[in-house]
Every structure is written in C-alpha cells, then in structure tokens.
Design a protein around this ligand. Structure first.
Ligand code: ARG
Length: 577
C-alpha cells in the first residue's frame, strides 16, 4: 500500500479500536496545517461521554511509537490529530509506488463482472452531443474499472428496432438501396431520417406502407430484414468513424442493440406473469413499479406490452437486465445515459427487483449526466440550429489544436504536428467533458478547452511533454532513474511526492462516485505541483549529481502518473508539443 493516508489509517485503527472498545474509523483526511488529520476522535467522544481532545490523547497513547512513519502528531482544534509524515517515509513510498505496475493504485478487493452500457446512438439518426458525453464518460469508466481488476463488458445498446423502421425502410426503397446506403454511410443520418419523417407526415399512402413494413419486419420477412440490415450497417459504419476519431474502445463486437433482445421479450412477459406482478391496465399489460406514482398520486405503470401486442423500450431494457445477470454473469450494471431517462431506468430497476432478477448485492446504477450547452447557455446546436454533427465538431477541434501547436512549436515537422494536434484536439474535447461534474450541464467553450493554462487537457499534456523534454535535453534514459529513491528536502519536492502518492485515492474516488472529474482534478493538482517544483528546484543544473538524479526520479514519477491518469480517461499524452 503506497498511499500514506490509507497506511496511516490502517496503522491508527487498532489504537482507535482499543479506546473505543470496538472497530472504529480513524477518519483520515487531507489537512491544511499538516499532511493529514485523523478526525475519528470527534464522533467517538460522544459515544464515550468524553471530550474529543481527551479521546485523541488516549488514541495517541495507545498508538505508541509511530516515529518510523510520522515526524509529528499534534492534537488541534476541537480534537483533530494533525499528522506529518517523515520525509524518509514518503520517499520510500514513492519508490514502492513506482516499482508497482499500477503505480500504487490498490486493486479491487471484490473483483467481479461489470457491464457498462454506453454510447448507444440510434440507427439512421445523427449522434448528438449527449451520445458524445455517454461515449466519453462510459469509455473512461471501462478503462478505470478494468485497471483495478474488474471484468468489464462494454455494451452499445443502439436504437435499432421499433416502429420508425417501417418508415425508414420505405424511404430506403424510394431512394433506391444503393443511394440510400451511400447517404447513410457518409453520415447524412439526420437528412435521411427527416425526409422519411416528412413523407410519413405528408402522405397517407406512405404511412400505410410504413405500417405494413413494420409488420413485415416483425414477422421476419427476409427481404425486409435485409434492408433493415443495410440501415444498421451503414449507420454503424458512421458511428465507427466517430469512435475511431474519438479514440474510444468500442468496436462492432460491443454492439448489443435493442433488436438483440427480440427473442427475449416474450419470456419477459411470461416471467413477469409467473411472478404474479403483470396486470392489465387500459388494454395493455403493465407492472406497477413499487414506489412510483404520477402527479395525481396514482400508481405509475411500466408498460410491458401495448394493446396492439407491440413491446416497449422498457421491455427490452428488462430483457437486457436478465441477459446481463444470467448470461453474462454481471453483478454491476452501469448505464451511462442522460439524466432525462432517470425515471425510465429507475422503474426498470424497480420491476427487475420485484421480479427477482436483481438479487441482493447486485447493483444497477444510472450514471446520469447533464447537457452540453452552447455560448447562449442553450443545448449546443450548429449555427443553422441543427444537431451538431460530431465528426465536424471533432475535425474543428483538431484544426484549432493544429494552429495552436504551429504557434507554440514552429520547428515541429508537419507529420509530427498532425499527430500531436490530433491528440490535443481530441483530448481537449474529451477532457472538457470529463473534468466537469457529470451530473451538471457544461459549457462547450473552444477557447477554454484548448487553452494551455488551467484545468484543460493541453495543460496536463504539456506538463507530461515538458518532463519528456527534460530527459531528451539531458540525454538521460527515463528508465535509468527508476530505481532511485528521491530525497525530499525542499517543500516543493515534498509536496510533489505526497501528490504522486495520492494517485490511488484519486482513482478510487473516481470509481466510488463514478465521477471522472475527481481524477481530472487530481491530475490538474499534480501538474500544478510539478510546475511549482520545477520553478523552485533546478533539475539539470542541480548542485550535485545525487540531487539531479533524485529530481529526475520525481519528474519521471510525475510523468508516469500523468500518462497513466490520462490513459484512464482515454486521453493520449504526447512526448512533445
Ligand atoms: N438509444 C438510447 C438513446 O439514444 C439510449 C439507450 C441507453 N441504454 C439503455 N439500455 N436504455 O436515448
């Protein structure tokens, strides 16, 4: 365990337990006046009918000699125990963390199978910025949960089934299959959808055809299925373009659209019926989900099968729960889906629990997120007022990054510049999404996200590239300083070491709250601590070789944590910028 906060909590726990008479959390937190503070005495004092300062003293007495780890302990304020680590201890811990493949991040003590449902755009419809958020956040969660040892299954629950496919297929026939495929393949998904919808609204003849087509599709008519497949394939071809541009992990193997659950829908109905919770209401088959009511306080039904025999979005999501738990063996189900679908997912969860499909200890978690807003503080739209095309948005970001790199580093070769601009441009878009608290809306702001200062991808990438350039200039192989235990003399060296050791806490905070911005904030602090260190502590011009190597070791450790941290967010770290 390299994280000194975790280690000291474990070290103090027996002392707290001795005073309390039972297990008791030392509550170790960061502190302004020391490295850390243990606040456990405050809660304990009440239980013991004593003062917190008195309890704190008894804990310290029970802890005995801790001088191998702590330079000082001091009872402060109402009864906090301020803790200052020894420099030697911190230095050794940095060396231990750097010898570990996860750089000191603890593995999960409960590794299991996690399904992450993310991205999930709809066939023959442009991916909107909401799908961008889902894709970027979901991908970061895939990376971080795998990193600590979970078995992660990615599922892209695309919208590839339902009544709109009647009109979409008829429109495909009207256009001629080849033309239609071309239009979709190049990404004019919205145009295609809108034309189909316009015809559907304007023409009764088209409407009738569309309705008949849905029946054929559901009946498994071979020709209809073939055309449906064209729609799906051409759309996913476009989605894949966005995924590869975005540098996310999703592939065709992760496609698990609504249509994949078709054969499981009838069993859902049967099993709900067998569980005795399926009832008829207004001609439809529904389940009244425990605890859900409408505005008039009447119980709210989740519609399973409509009067016309058709199934619902909720039905496929219930089939999905069964499939994930029973076939895939998942114990955690994460849904990275926009906040407006909160009630839908809550009701699906409630019904799945009522039916016994999600046993105790099985988690279904809605990883909700807010909207992306434009400068006018409304949902981001293109200038023409349309949905923003994601490929165009990403191209623009890369272009802007290229201009910034050309200005910063004019001597870079064109080839290198293109590669670096790609990493910065894509990194900037992803990071601006990940670095704000996901449940809130966030403002899409080109100038801010591409700035080399502040909590941005370019700033973090630059910190990493700068360290690489120190080694390049000195012609020192980074691996050569990996065995060096740093000396922590200056305050900035010490701060940086302590920060490096907090990587574990940052990763776990991201996991516990399913909030990537926690890791972003940490990486920003790491970059800032490195900047102060680098300003105050000469590295290549250090007064001795020993100090130079020590500082190089700290710089290398910083770069490794930065690169790993960015990688967990799905962002590349160029070696040169
Ligand atoms: N396709 C849906 C949409 O665009 C999102 C699907 C989310 N996943 C799920 N299992 N319901 O809104």
């Amino acid at each position: 365990m390299a994280d000194p906060f975790v280690s000291i909590a474990a070290r103090l726990a027996p002392a707290f337990a001795a005073v309390a008479g039972n297990a008791c959390d030392p509550v170790v937190r960061p502190s302004d006046r020391a490295d850390a503070q243990a606040n456990g005495a405050l809660a304990l004092a009440k239980a013991l009918g004593s003062t917190p300062r008195d309890v704190a003293q008894r804990v310290l007495d029970a802890a005995g000699d801790v001088s191998d780890v702590l330079a000082s302990t001091e009872i402060a304020g109402p009864g906090f125990i301020n803790l200052v680590f020894t420099n030697e201890y911190l230095a050794t811990q940095v060396a231990i963390a750097m010898a570990d493949e996860r750089l000191g991040v603890r593995a999960s003590t409960d590794p299991h199978t996690v399904v992450i449902d993310y991205s999930a755009p709809n066939v023959a419809k442009e991916m909107h910025v909401g799908h961008l958020r889902s894709t970027v956040i979901g991908d970061a969660l895939v990376r971080v949960l795998s990193f600590v040892g979970h078995t992660v299954i990615k599922e892209n629950h695309i919208g590839d089934w339902g009544t709109p496919f009647g009109m979409l297929i008829e429109h495909l026939i009207d256009l001629g299959e080849e033309n239609a495929a071309h239009e979709l393949g190049v990404g004019d998904l919205d145009g295609f959808y809108k034309q189909a919808r316009a015809k559907f609204e304007a023409s009764d003849e088209f409407k009738t055809r569309a309705r008949q087509r849905v029946v054929l599709l559901q009946g498994g008519d071979a020709d209809t299925l073939r055309m449906w497949r064209t729609l799906v394939q051409e759309s996913t071809r476009y989605f894949n373009k966005v995924y590869s541009q975005l540098d996310v992990l999703l592939t065709d193997d992760d496609l698990m659209g609504e249509s994949a659950y078709n054969d499981l829908l009838a069993p859902v109905v049967d099993r709900l019926d067998a569980a005795g919770i399926l009832v008829e209401s207004d001609g439809a088959e529904v389940v009244f989900a425990d605890g859900f009511t409408n505005r008039d306080n009447e119980p709210l039904p989740l519609i399973i099968r409509k009067g016309d025999g058709g199934y619902n979005y909720a039905t496929s999501d219930l089939a999905c729960v069964i499939d994930r738990v029973e076939r895939l063996g998942a114990r955690s189900l994460l849904y990275v889906v926009g906040a407006p679908q909160a009630q839908h997912l809550q009701m699906v969860e409630a019904v799945a629990r009522q039916a016994g499909w999600l046993p105790e200890g099985y988690i279904m978690n809605h990883v909700a997120f807010g909207s992306v807003l434009g400068a006018d503080r409304k949902i981001l739209k293109s200038r023409a007022g349309e949905t923003v095309k994601l490929t165009a948005l990403l191209d623009e970001s890369i272009e802007r990054a290229e201009a910034a790199v050309a200005e910063k580093n004019p001597s870079m070769s064109t080839e290198e510049r293109t590669a670096v601009a790609n990493m910065i441009g894509i990194g900037a878009v992803k990071y601006s999404d990940l670095s704000s608290d996901r449940v809130k809306d966030y403002l899409f702001d080109w100038d801010r996200m591409l700035s080399f200062e502040g909590n941005t991808a370019p700033y973090l990438q630059y910190a990493h590239a700068r360290i690489c350039s120190i080694f390049r200039r000195a012609s020192v192989d980074r691996v050569s300083v990996r065995g060096v235990t740093p000396q922590l003399v200056e305050q900035q060296e010490r701060n940086l070491a302590l920060r490096i050791l907090r990587f574990d806490a940052a990763v776990w905070e991201m996991i516990d709250t399913l909030s990537p911005h926690k890791l972003c904030t940490y990486l920003f602090d790491l970059a800032s601590d490195f900047t102060s260190f680098y300003e105050h502590c000469p590295v290549l011009k250090a007064e001795s070789d020993t100090i130079r190597d020590s500082r190089l070791a700290l710089a290398d450790a910083t770069a490794r944590v930065m690169e790993q941290g960015l990688q967990l967010l799905g962002i590349r770290a160029p070696e040169q910028m």
